[in-house]
Design a protein around this ligand. Structure first.
Ligand SMILES: NC(=O)c1ccc[n+]([C@@H]2O[C@H](COP(=O)([O-])OP(=O)(O)OC[C@H]3O[C@@H](n4cnc5c(N)ncnc54)[C@H](OP(=O)(O)O)[C@@H]3O)[C@@H](O)[C@H]2O)c1
Length: 359
């Protein structure tokens, strides 16, 4: 496979640090440069992020002495040196939209973890096992932007990465309605227990904007390309409640679902077991071998025990049973900063590389 030079924009942040760790020994992607805000620009990665390093493994040696560039002021300089960039920045939505478009227009493709462009109609929002075909909209996006290489592709919000994969293979039974309550880890807010001690022994029943994302994003992921845009699916009806819980990593969801044609429990379990997508077919380096794992034990999946399954890229499910109000209920879990953030971004980039979008 061809090698690609990549940049990490927002390298000092929680998701940026994850990208650095995941890309350290990546077989296709070579980290050429790092960028962040003007506060960090000009410092080495170690100077800027060493004291706020949140990963359980050390900062990659090969990146410690890299001098951070200014993500907004150095766009041309960055675009000249890399084949594409990962982007995970904490800025205002309008600023992120403009920043990512400026990179695309400088012919530097962007694989983004930010939410700013998730509902731009010609920007694909991709879970590679579910809607890999949506990357074909990039042709229309390039025409709109007037670019040859440049484009923006995004991954979806971390909250939906557990229940959308579990629901996807069941769509053929006509999913009519879904209720999902998510129990979300503090790393989803870029925090750990040192930086957010109020979360020890606590639960906060509100995460700004999360319920809207959790209800709307699945419909774009399940949408279809029509002309120059991705049109959202009209069903199922989805309602959610999103809670912040005292867990370091791993978002859990308790899901209730009804169908037009109710499947048997055995059919659901077989479809989960057999669910394999393009990343598995193409044997992309970050793809889990088994995407959905089902635990028979009543007390699984557990965040602490199961979030790192298949390097944090698999989805764990359990407790599938019939419900009195809906057809079925079950629990699912995914690692929010791996599958739900940087790992999902790397897998999307691998899909784009394998399909020639960075050439
Ligand atoms: N944490 C998660 O699980 C998760 C999951 C999915 C998506 N996301 C999304 O990923 C993005 C980053 O999240 P995070 O948790 O990594 O945030 P974070 O830890 O707060 O990091 C923010 C990053 O943005 C940079 N930044 C801030 N202002 C900037 C500016 N004006 N110009 C350029 N860079 C700037 C920061 O650089 P300095 O260090 O120089 O300030 C830092 O590198 C957000 O959009 C978030 O919604 C996060």
């Amino acid at each position: 496979m061809k090698q690609y030079n990549v940049g990490i924009i927002g390298a000092t942040g929680m998701v940026g640090q994850r990208f650095a760790v995941l890309l350290e020994n990546h077989p296709w992607f070579n980290v050429k440069l790092l960028a962040a805000s003007p506060r960090s620009a000009g410092q080495t990665y170690e100077q800027a992020a060493g004291s706020r390093w949140k990963m359980s493994v050390p900062m990659p040696e090969s990146m410690k002495d890299m001098v951070l560039l200014d993500a907004a002021a150095d766009i041309e300089k960055i675009a000249e040196q890399v084949d594409f960039c990962f982007c995970a920045v904490d800025m205002k939505k309008d600023e992120i939209k403009a920043l990512e478009e400026a990179y695309a227009k400088a012919e530097c493709p962007i694989v983004s973890n930010n939410s700013a462009h998730r509902f731009t109609p010609d920007v694909p929002m991709v879970v590679p096992e579910i809607n890999p075909e949506h990357i074909e909209i990039i042709k229309a996006q390039r025409e709109r932007l007037g670019t040859k290489r440049g484009f923006i592709a995004v991954k979806s919000n971390c909250s939906i990465q557990s229940y959308v994969p579990a629901l996807h293979p069941l769509r053929k039974f006509g999913i009519t309605k879904v209720l999902a309550c998510t129990y979300q880890a503090i790393s989803g807010a870029g925090k750990n227990f040192e930086t957010w001690p109020e979360m020890v022994d606590n639960l906060i029943p509100y995460i700004g904007g999360e319920e809207e994302k959790s209800e709307q994003e699945p419909l774009k992921v399940w949408g279809e390309i029509r002309g120059n845009e991705i049109v959202k699916a009209e069903t199922p009806a989805i309602t959610t409640q999103c809670l912040r819980v005292p867990v370091s990593d791993g978002h859990t969801a308790a899901v209730f679902v009804s169908f037009e044609n109710k499947p048997s429990k055995e059919e659901i379990l077989r479809l989960w077991k057999d669910f394999s997508g393009v990343p598995q077919e193409l044997e992309l380096p970050s793809a889990p071998k088994q995407f959905i794992h089902y635990f028979e034990e009543n007390d699984r999946p557990q965040a602490k025990l199961d979030r790192n399954l298949e390097n944090g890229m698999a989805v764990s499910t359990g407790r599938l049973r019939e419900d009195t109000q809906y057809d079925y209920k079950f629990v699912c879990l995914s690692h929010n900063t791996l599958r739900g953030a940087a790992g999902g971004g790397v897998l999307l980039a691998e899909l784009l590389a394998a399909k020639g979008y960075f050439d």
